[in-house]
Design a protein around this ligand. Structure first.
Ligand SMILES: [Zn+2]
Length: 82
């Protein structure tokens, strides 16, 4: 079982089973993605994590997904500067 340290209290957080179950679907869309087609593929899913100590539920994006977004962000930022 995957666990994380809670950023609020330092307690143990447990990852939710799925990003779609229990109405716990969170998503995020990159602001640099424009147009209908870009937007459709642009939804980022996050998994809810529950802190067993303080009860906080925080959605987190998977590492691989995060890496992709980071690269896109760098590209988008460079594009704005030029
Ligand atoms: Zn906590």
């Amino acid at each position: 079982m995957e666990t994380k340290k809670c950023p609020f209290c330092g307690g143990s957080m447990v990852k939710g089973k799925s990003h779609q179950e229990g109405y716990a679907m969170y998503f995020w869309r990159a602001p640099w993605r424009k147009g209908v087609l870009e937007s459709l593929k642009g939804t980022i899913k996050a998994y809810p994590w529950l802190c067993l100590n303080c009860g906080a539920v925080i959605p987190y994006v998977d590492k691989e997904e995060l890496q992709k977004i980071r690269e896109e962000y760098e590209e988008a930022r460079v594009g704005e500067v030029l």
